[in-house]
Design a protein around this ligand. Structure first.
Ligand SMILES: [Zn+2]
Length: 464
């Protein structure tokens, strides 16, 4: 997404939803709204310096042209690392603060996978972070940001932020305990007098930046100490839950054994290839799970999408019904595994497919449904290759290619947790698989160069 100069439009897009909500609410109050740049990219390596600086400077130029302003609202992911900027959004916020001065309100909505750095906290007045993973609450949090902006501008409250560092790394789905209870407690704490907002920044463990890790953020009405007390208390609960908060991961063969041990009943198992999630920055073309499926001669298994623009183009050239030998996947590097050489049949071709996510529609690119083993839907191994790097958000990533997900024993998805909201209603059971890959869930093995702080589980107790 790259939308310049307030041309975003009314249709909610992935990461454009808060903008649409804030605009509607501001206009209802007859406030003048001036919009700047809106941009989003599926993560990979560090953002290049030239790209980051150009986009940042465009936002700052838009803001400078709009001055004077009463408030600046920003919707930021919060984990961007750019060449020379270990905390890109911290740098952006600091420059926004320098531009507007100390008295203009700066409010943010952040993804819970943000790095909640000192620079961000020092630069903004208030931040509200997603509470749910998968991120099904983007709109609710945007409403809360706007509510707090209205109350602050009216002089009714004066937001102050307090932070507690949990000293932890991990992935914490909120669809299971103990996170369900922790989210409920955060919402209960927000009802206490003087407490404006309570957030848990899970952090983004694959971001090699000094302030990586999990932190609690509490926004109070001018009561920093109360905020700190709540943040410490909630942080202690998160720390005490550390062994249960990270979901159980199973190996590839363990997951496949589990699937094959049970007779098909019309509902597929969903196997999440968590280490190859493009949303984390992985290629989305790893083949470790597919190799095991083929080596074991299993059937009734489908995967979508496998990012392979070359295979997709070749399939489109060959056309539906074509059968030939093809090499798929495993192209980006060692973390993608070896490519797979198979006889394929092109079952379907679809251009510009989309899948729902978080109240918006996300692009899937062009899809080619390839049958790589088996001869009927019941014993086939089917792979949907595409040319747009994106994770599996919803069963429509299969259906869009013409595949009926209910006909398979198991579906393999390239996602860590965002698939959950879409797939849970059709899944017989969801298994988090720890295959090899660039987004490995083994936090102890992440090859940090810039993180020197002690963090669990890399050390047993970072607080000592
Ligand atoms: Zn996130």
């Amino acid at each position: 997404m790259l939308v310049r100069g307030g041309k975003h439009g009314d249709k909610p897009s992935l990461f454009g939803l808060p903008l649409v909500i804030w605009r509607e609410r501001a206009k209802a109050l007859q406030w003048e709204v001036i919009e700047g740049l809106a941009a989003f990219a599926t993560p990979a390596g560090d953002t290049t310096r030239g790209t980051y600086e150009a986009l940042r400077d465009e936002i700052l130029a838009d803001l400078r042209a709009a001055m004077p302003v009463d408030a600046v609202l920003l919707n930021l992911h919060g984990a961007m690392i750019a060449d020379g900027y270990p905390d890109a959004e911290g740098d952006l916020l600091a420059q926004v603060r320098e531009l507007v001065g100390p008295d203009v309100l700066i409010a943010c909505e952040l993804d819970l996978h943000c790095h909640l750095t000192g620079l961000k906290v020092a630069s903004a007045d208030l931040m509200v972070i997603f509470k749910e993973y998968p991120h099904v609450d983007v709109a609710e949090r945007a409403q809360e940001v706007f509510d707090l902006v209205v109350r602050t501008l009216a002089g009714e409250v004066h937001p102050v932020m307090s932070v507690h560092d949990c000293g932890m790394l991990g992935v914490y789905p909120t669809t299971r305990e103990p996170m369900i209870s922790i989210v409920a407690r955060m919402q209960a704490l927000e009802k206490e007098p003087g407490v404006l907002s309570v957030s848990l920044a899970h952090g983004f463990p694959w971001g090699d930046t000094p302030e990586v890790g999990t932190r609690v953020l509490v926004v109070t009405d001018r009561d920093e100490q109360k905020g700190l007390d709540i943040a410490r208390d909630l942080g202690q609960q998160v720390w005490d839950s550390r062994f249960a908060i990270v979901p159980p991961f199973v190996g590839i063969d363990e997951a496949l054994d589990h699937v094959m041990a049970q007779a098909p009943d019309g509902r597929p198992f969903v196997l999440a290839d968590t280490a190859d999630n493009p949303g984390i920055g992985s290629p989305g073309d790893s083949t470790f799970m597919l190799h095991r499926v083929l080596e074991r001669g299993l059937g009734g298994i489908a995967l979508s999408p496998l990012w392979d623009p070359v295979a997709t183009a070749v399939a489109f050239d060959a056309g539906v019904g074509a059968r030939f030998a093809m090499r798929i996947g495993g192209k980006l590097g060692p973390a993608s595994g070896d490519p797979i050489d198979v006889q394929i049949e092109v079952k379907a071709l679809v251009q510009r497919a989309r899948q729902p996510f978080g109240g918006t529609m996300a692009s899937l690119g062009d899809l080619a449904w390839l049958r790589i083993a088996g001869d009927s839907d019941d014993n086939a191994v089917d792979v949907v290759v595409n040319n747009y790097r994106v994770q599996s958000f919803h069963p429509d990533c299969f259906r869009a290619a013409g595949i009926d997900p209910s006909r398979y024993r198991a579906l393999i998805v390239k996602s860590t947790q965002h698939f959950h909201a879409g797939f849970a209603p059709i899944a017989r059971e969801i298994l988090y698989v720890s295959a090899p890959g660039s987004a490995s869930m083994d936090m102890t093995g992440l090859p940090y160069r810039n993180v020197t702080r002690a963090l669990w589980p890399r050390v047993s107790d970072p607080h000592q």
